[in-house]
Design a protein around this ligand. Structure first.
Ligand code: XMP
Length: 326
C-alpha cells in the first residue's frame, strides 16, 4: 500500500543506487519542491550532494535565513550560499516593465547558478570526484504541463527559480516526478523539514521584484519586506494560512498619496493587499478576510513602516486580474 514512508524508502534506495560514488548538485529556491527534493537526495547520498542557494535579494523577511539555518539544521545538507543581491539590483536599475524584470531576474539567476555550479564541479574535479547529477523538484503537474498540456492561461513568462534550462552536462534526478503538491508536503514532513518550509504558500521566482510597481531599489525592497512581514504575521496569528492560497503585498512605488501621520502631512506610498483563494492559481477569487484582521494589518503597516501611509485591498478575481500585480 501507498504510504509516505514507503515512497521515501523507495526513492532513497533508487537514488543511492543510481548515484553510486558520484556527486550531485541541487538548487534551492526557498520553495517547498526544491527543499523536499534536496532533503530526499540528501538522505540518500549525504554530503555527496551539494545544495546551492542563490540569494537574489528579492526574498521576503526571514526566508534566506530559513534556507541557511532551518533547512540545514533539519537535513544536515551541505549548502553553498551565493549572495548576489548587489548584482541583481544593478541589473534591475531603471527597469519598470514587468516582463523585462522577469527576463533580467531569470537571466541573472541562471548566470549566477551556473557559476556556482562550475565552482563545485571544479572543486570536485580537483579531489578526483565526478559531479554527474543535477537534482530538480519537478512535480507531476509540471511533467504533464510540459508534455504538451494546454497551459494557455499562462500569459506571464514564468521563470521558476527551481527550473533551470536543460543541461547536457548532467543527468537529472527528479525524485518528485510522480507526486502532487500535497504528497510532496507529506514527504517533506516525513523527512523532518520544518512546518514553515513544508506548508509554505506559493511565492514567485522573481520574488519581491515583481511586487514593486516601479523600479526595484534597496529602500523600496526594505519597505515592502516590512509591510509583507506584518501582513503574514497577522494572517498567521489569525489562523488564516490554510484558508488563503497566498496574499501578495504590493508596493505602489510610483504612486504617492497624502496622509496625516504623527505631527503632520505625509506624502508616502500605498501598499496593496492581494489575498486570494484558489485551487491551482489558474483562477482565483479574492479572499473575504475578516474586517478585524484587515484593520490590524492596516494599522500596523501604517504605524510601523516608514513612508507607507495607506493600505488598500484588492477585490478583483482572476480573471480578469492576475494574482500578482506584475
Ligand atoms: P499570476 O500572477 O499569473 O500568478 O496569476 C499565478 C501564480 O504564479 C505565481 N507567479 C510566478 N511564479 N515565476 C514564478 O515562479 C513568476 O514569474 C511568477 N509570476 C507569478 C504567482 O505567485 C501565483 O501563485
Amino acid at each position: 500500500t501507498w504510504t509516505t514512508g514507503s515512497i521515501v524508502e523507495e526513492q532513497v534506495a533508487a537514488i543511492r543506487e543510481r548515484v553510486g560514488t558520484k556527486r550531485a548538485i541541487c538548487g534551492l529556491s526557498g520553495g517547498v519542491d526544491s527543499a523536499v527534493a534536496a532533503a530526499l537526495v540528501n538522505k540518500a547520498i549525504g554530503d555527496r550532494l551539494t545544495c546551492v542557494y542563490v540569494d537574489h535579494g528579492l526574498m521576503r523577511k526571514g526566508e534566506t535565513e530559513q534556507v541557511e539555518k532551518d533547512f540545514v539544521a533539519a537535513t544536515g545538507a551541505r549548502l553553498k550560499v551565493v549572495d548576489a543581491s548587489e548584482r541583481f539590483l544593478d541589473a534591475l536599475a531603471g527597469v519598470t516593465d514587468p516582463e523585462e524584470k522577469r527576463k533580467i531576474i531569470g537571466r541573472e539567476f541562471i548566470r549566477v547558478f551556473e557559476q556556482a555550479q562550475a565552482e563545485i564541479v571544479a572543486e570536485a574535479d580537483h579531489a578526483g570526484e565526478d559531479v554527474a547529477f543535477l537534482v530538480q523538484g519537478t512535480l507531476y503537474p509540471d511533467v504533464v504541463e510540459s508534455g504538451g498540456g494546454t497551459g494557455t492561461a499562462n500569459i506571464k513568462s514564468h521563470h521558476n527559480v527551481g527550473g533551470l534550462p536543460e543541461d547536457l552536462e548532467f543527468q537529472l534526478i527528479e525524485p518528485l516526478r510522480k507526486l502532487f503538491k500535497d504528497e510532496v508536503r507529506m514527504v517533506g514532513q516525513e523527512l523532518g523539514l520544518p512546518e514553515e518550509i513544508v506548508q509554505r504558500q506559493p511565492f514567485p521566482g522573481p520574488g519581491l521584484g515583481i511586487r514593486i510597481v516601479g523600479e526595484v531599489t534597496r529602500d523600496r525592497l526594505e519597505l515592502l519586506r516590512e509591510a509583507d512581514a506584518i501582513a503574514r504575521e497577522e494572517l498567521t496569528a489569525a489562523g488564516l494560512d490554510r484558508d488563503i492560497w497566498q496574499c501578495p503585498v504590493v508596493l505602489l512605488a510610483d504612486v504617492r498619496s497624502v496622509g496625516v501621520q504623527g505631527d503632520g502631512r505625509t506624502y508616502g506610498h500605498p501598499v496593496v493587499l492581494r489575498p486570494v483563494s484558489s485551487e491551482d492559481a489558474m483562477t482565483a477569487d479574492w479572499s473575504r478576510l475578516p474586517y478585524e484582521v484587515l484593520a490590524r494589518i492596516s494599522t500596523r503597516i501604517t504605524n510601523e513602516v516608514r513612508d507607507v501611509n495607506r493600505v488598500v485591498l484588492d477585490v478583483t478575481s482572476k480573471p480578469p486580474g492576475t494574482i500578482e500585480w506584475e
